[in-house]
Write a protein that binds this ligand. Structure first.
Ligand code: SF4
Ligand code: SF4
Length: 287
């Protein structure tokens, strides 16, 4: 099973658009959306059936047994995250503020506070033409990297015989990105020709290089700033990184995306360019 991961240093570069195009072109039997903070691949893969949903438990959170609590306030005084509130003599934990450190459990003299697993999101699995694994992190929850690992584990279990897995990763360089890079055979970085786009591209390249995996770069909307697009190409040449293609800005593609379509489903310059990028990426991954 080969894993092709699609990343971008920042949001809004067209990463998911490219991922959707690749999934269609590859007729992928296994794919995943690891952008667990803001998953949206399911919006363009409209053929998929209803998802099987499973609760995801992240870190533990504190809970106060109000029947037992004698309102001594010791836990509140010792909580450095100010996660314990008092109202009319009753103490309760603010689950959004609680970091699950366990100090309140340790200091409560009568054992009226305890830690318990808390639902931090949901895993979703679609199975029809292919297996599609994804997840959504609950607002204010941590452990996004662990949830990404769960998304990948679910995909591996349900599509063990797939030759190719296409993964839409998260923007940035944080925990979910690190978790999605783990085990990937190649990463395609989608860059855009803007100052912030170049800066973020350099950061994600530096992150991916730590994993010693093949890296390809594709420049999306390259013609919106040809000068900066050339800078991206020059940077990649210096680092001996392959540019697998350039995709033009295309209003037909934007209209298709807004209708929930995949750009290779319509006849348009961006779709043709994405098709070229797809074949060059596969060639590089298999070389
Ligand atoms: S587990 Fe830690 S953060 Fe949460 S309420 Fe207790 S002391 Fe505060
Ligand atoms: S330390 Fe225990 S008894 Fe005291 S307020 Fe907290 S939960 Fe209640």
């Amino acid at each position: 099973m080969k894993q092709l991961l699609i990343l971008s240093g920042k949001g809004g570069t067209g990463k998911t658009t490219i991922a959707g195009a690749f999934i269609k072109l590859a007729e992928a039997r296994a794919y995943a959306d690891c952008d667990v903070d803001a998953p949206n691949l399911h919006l363009i893969m409209t053929h998929i059936s209803k998802a099987r949903q499973t609760d995801y438990y992240g870190m533990e959170k504190a809970v106060i047994d109000t029947e037992l609590c004698d309102s001594c306030s010791i836990c509140r005084q010792n909580c450095r995250f100010e996660a314990i509130n008092e109202s009319n003599g009753k103490y309760e934990v603010d689950s959004y503020a609680c970091e699950g450190c366990g100090v309140c459990d340790a200091v409560c003299p009568i054992g009226a506070v305890f830690l318990q697993p808390a639902v931090a999101g949901e895993l979703m699995l679609y199975k029809d033409n292919g297996v599609f694994s994804t997840a959504r992190l609950k607002m204010g929850s941590g452990t996004s990297g662990k949830l990404v690992s769960e998304v990948k584990k679910q995909l591996k279990q349900e599509a063990a015989d797939a030759d190719l897995v296409i993964i839409d990763g998260s923007p940035g360089i944080g925990c979910p990105v690190i978790a999605s890079l783990n085990g990937a055979d190649m990463v395609l970085i989608v860059a855009e020709p803007s100052l912030s786009g170049i800066s973020d591209m350099k950061r994600i390249i530096a992150t991916a290089e730590k994993f010693r995996i093949k890296i390809g770069v594709c420049i999306n909307k390259y013609d919106t700033n040809k000068e900066l697009a050339q800078k991206i190409e020059a940077f990649c040449q210096e680092r001996d990184l392959s540019i697998v293609g350039k995709i033009p800005f295309d209003t037909a593609a934007i209209k298709a995306i807004n209708k929930g379509e995949v750009i290779v489903d319509i006849d348009c310059p961006a779709g043709w360019a994405a098709t070229n990028v797809f074949y060059k990426t596969l060639k590089l991954m298999n070389s």
